[in-house]
Design a protein around this ligand. Structure first.
Ligand code: FES
Ligand code: FES
Length: 158
């Protein structure tokens, strides 16, 4: 049954009228046109669909859209501010931490959540925190290097 679902998306209030059981991923991509969030497995296994909900990384392929009522959602489209890339995005570009780019939005947002909860991670913390985001192109080593540099950069900005 359709219902009205209001939430904050990338700092803007949005409202959709839809079946609350639909996964957030498809509402973002199909209803709201934000295709940066990717569909990989649909089973919470790969991390391609990662978005941030109230500061925490979540897998939007398994989140019913009804559960985001009143929450704050950040997608990859909302990460750059005032035309300036976020330090994690800058570091990914600098270190070529992507190949096809399919996993990249989820990787960046998972790293964002990781650095929010642990601003000074060890290399092992980064490896552990990113373990369940999969990259079929095998860019993991460069991804870890990029997150290490972004952490340093963000520390300098605090
Ligand atoms: S598409 Fe959601 S975790 Fe793979
Ligand atoms: S860059 Fe291709 S899946 Fe990661």
């Amino acid at each position: 049954m359709n219902e009205n679902i209001s939430f904050t998306l990338n700092d803007k209030a949005v409202s959709v009228n839809t079946d609350g059981e639909r996964p957030l991923l498809w509402v973002l991509r199909t209803d709201l046109g934000l295709t940066g969030t990717k569909y990989g497995c649909g089973k919470a296994l790969c991390g391609a669909c990662t978005v941030i909900m109230d500061g925490m990384a979540v897998r939007s392929c398994v989140i019913p859209v009804s559960s985001v009522k009143g929450r704050k959602i950040l997608t990859i489209e909302g990460l750059a501010k005032n035309g300036k890339l976020h330090p994690i995005q800058e570091a990914f570009a600098k270190h070529d931490a992507l190949q096809c780019g399919f996993c990249t939005p989820g990787m960046i947002l998972n790293a964002y959540s990781l650095l929010l909860s642990n601003p000074e991670p060890s290399r092992q913390d980064i490896i552990d925190g990113m373990e369940y985001n999969l990259c079929r192109c095998g860019a993991h080593t460069r991804i870890i290097r990029a997150i290490e540099e972004a952490a340093q950069e963000m520390k300098g900005a605090r």
